[in-house]
Ligand binder design. Structure first.
Ligand SMILES: O=C(O)CC1=CCC(=O)O1
Length: 262
């Protein structure tokens, strides 16, 4: 278990793999911690140096007073990558993690040499949509939004899987301040213009049943970066790394190998 401290903020992270391995960073979504990637890590090639982390307000990281800005989330990631020696990395971001990927690539191409935009967009939802959700959570906690959230995250068949309640618990145990803080950061983010200027190897992954960032949004975002690859995973919602880990890992492995990873 590792904590890095940047002023008042402690960030919980994990680094695994050989010191000289290809650096790969995973950034997870709103309402999840870095266990989001547990099922796919054993399916990836050996020889990767992997950084996972709980963004502020999530998992075992500290929960500063919100709202947060996307700039702060990007700076946290930048500091953690410098602290752990992750430069020239392949950055895999899911949902808000994909927004962080785009913002970081626009700012620090020395840290990000290729990116995977999984279940994300250059702009996710509208200000009004996020304001309504934040109001609901401020009034009733995450319980107030758990039903529709699980319907966006997971296909109907997976909601009957014995594993499903654990993911629901992960969401419900997210600090309300962490969720609303990051929700405000998403509400204020529109990367359409800056992502259009990006030139780096990019893979976009969508889930056919994703109610949070539907395939059209994911692929429109990919089209902003010339030469992007696009993959659709069927029978999966917003978190295909959970619902279809084998297919997700195969797609990632092919991209990682194309970037020269082990
Ligand atoms: O709650 C959702 O719909 C999922 C989500 C949107 C942005 C993100 O990171 O997760």
């Amino acid at each position: 278990m590792h904590m890095a401290h940047f002023g008042e903020l402690g960030l919980h992270y994990s680094v695994t793999g050989p010191e000289d391995g290809t650096p790969v960073v995973f950034a997870n979504s709103l309402g999840t911690d870095f266990r989001l990637w547990d099922k796919i890590l054993p399916l990836l090639p050996a020889g990767l140096r992997i950084l996972r982390f709980d963004k502020r307000g999530h998992g075992l990281s500290d929960v500063p007073q919100g709202p947060y800005s996307m700039g702060a989330l990007i700076t946290d990631t930048e500091r953690l990558m410098e602290h752990t020696g992750f430069r020239n990395s392949i950055f895999i971001g899911l949902s808000i993690g994909g927004l962080i990927a785009q913002g970081l690539a626009a700012k620090r191409l020395d840290l990000v040499r290729a990116m995977v935009l999984s279940n994300t967009g250059a702009k996710i939802g509208t200000r009004d949509m996020w304001a309504d959700r934040i109001k609901a959570v401020n009034e009733g906690g995450l319980e107030a939004v758990v039903g529709p959230t699980m319907d966006r995250w997971f296909s109907k068949p997976f909601q009957a899987d014995p594993e499903f309640p654990a993911w629901r618990n992960m969401f419900l145990r997210t600090p309300a301040m962490g969720w609303t803080g990051c929700g405000a950061a998403i509400a204020g983010t529109d990367f359409i213009s800056s992502t259009s200027g990006l030139r780096l190897p990019t893979l976009a992954i969508a889930g056919s049943e994703d109610g949070s960032t539907p395939p059209d949004l994911v692929f429109e975002t990919a089209d902003l970066v010339p030469g992007s690859e696009k993959r659709l995973i069927r029978n999966a919602g917003h978190l295909p790394c959970v619902e279809q880990p084998r297919e997700y890992a195969e797609i990632l492995t092919a991209f990682l190998r194309a970037q020269g990873a082990a």
